[in-house]
Design a protein around this ligand. Structure first.
Ligand code: SF4
Ligand code: SF4
Length: 344
């Protein structure tokens, strides 16, 4: 039986909220003596820059990993991917799934994401739990145990299939190394791991949804986005992003741009489900204006703050938005008109 251990990383919340600290401490205390786990604590994941010891530690973890943090699991997973800490997405059983309308029994399952996907994903799994989901620490402890058992079962199944099949030397070698005792963080003290980072603000791309359309690249006028050697979009200069600005996330047609600290769940990385255009557009209606106009306004505010000219809707606006005004009205447009007529 494989004895590879699950690395559990507790990412602390920003600030000193005593309720957050209490939950973090209760979870850590309960898991520290748990067999089969290596438990470490790092500062808030989003704030770790490339040189931070907490980030170096995360990069050094070789096997399955579970991260508990104060953000949506989707945000945490793609944040790790951005740091080259990659793996397959492990579903957890405690985060509420994407919102589905209970009154509509006919509602279809959400369409699977059509994004370009992550690249160079190693053969390991990463689970992310959102510490905002429950106040009871035992819920997290139970889920960590369940995930640890799932990881062991997966490795055993994999091993059996190799033995029945024709395992390569690399596969066997990896398993043999897993049998050795693993020490989680030999090179990092907890003081090093916990050095307080500065707060940061930048977009995180969910590549399971991103179709590489480049609309964010055209829209952002601050040099945040770029492309890699394979012409794939990436957040190239994240520190150019303007603190508090979520504009490009409103422009992305796939809801693939996440700002984990933004107040609106859809932008902060909430599960993307089949909430339907109607709900989204009603939200926009009551929020005062369509997303593109809001995005342009937010971008103009940052341009002016930089001493540049506001450009409104004249630069980097996706063609589909321009074309939209030429299209015949659909049912949703008619409903919106009817709501406008009601003057509510
Ligand atoms: S706008 Fe969205 S889908 Fe298009 S490249 Fe940017 S992140 Fe990807
Ligand atoms: S448009 Fe705004 S939020 Fe998006 S990357 Fe540029 S500065 Fe950041």
């Amino acid at each position: 039986m494989s004895r590879q251990r699950l690395t559990v990383v507790l990412s602390q919340g920003q600030g000193k909220d005593p309720r957050k600290r209490s939950l973090e401490e209760s979870i850590a205390a309960a898991l520290l003596m748990e067999p089969g786990l290596d438990v470490s604590i790092v500062p808030y994941l989003y704030d770790l820059d490339a040189d931070h010891t907490g980030r170096l530690f995360l990069e050094s973890v070789p096997g399955d990993m579970l991260v508990l943090g104060w953000m949506y699991p989707r945000a945490a997973f793609w944040l790790l991917d951005r740091c080259d800490i990659k793996g397959h997405y492990g579903e957890n059983l405690i985060t509420p799934k994407a919102e589905v309308d209970d009154d509509d029994e006919e509602q279809e399952e959400p369409a699977p994401p059509k994004g370009v996907g992550a690249v160079n994903v190693p053969d390991r799994w990463i689970y992310c739990l959102d510490l905002r989901d429950h106040a009871d620490y035992t819920v997290y402890v139970q889920e960590v145990r369940r995930v640890a058992a799932e990881c062991v079962e997966r490795r055993e199944t994999q091993l059996k299939s190799w033995i029945q099949g024709n395992p390569t030397m690399v596969q066997l070698g990896r398993y043999m190394r897993e049998e050795e005792p693993v020490v989680a963080t030999p090179q990092f003290t907890s003081e090093q791991l916990m050095q307080a980072p500065q707060r940061r603000w930048y977009p995180v791309i969910d590549y399971s949804r991103c179709t590489n359309c480049m609309e964010c690249l055209d829209f952002c006028l601050f040099g945040v986005y770029g492309v890699d050697k394979t012409d794939r979009i990436l957040v190239e200069d994240q520190d150019n992003c303007k603190k508090g600005c979520p504009a490009c996330s409103r422009v992305c047609p796939e809801q693939a741009i996440i700002f984990p600290d933004y107040k609106t769940p859809a932008i902060a990385g909430a599960p993307v489900g089949n909430i339907g255009a109607l709900k989204i557009d009603l939200t926009k209606l009551f929020g005062g204006g369509d997303a593109m106009t809001m995005a342009a306004r937010e971008r103009d505010r940052e341009l002016v703050a930089d001493g540049r000219e506001a450009v409104g809707l004249t630069v980097g606006i996706p063609k589909r938005q321009v074309d939209k005004h030429q299209e015949p009205k659909d049912d949703l447009d008619k409903l919106m008109d009817a709501l406008d007529d009601l003057d509510i």
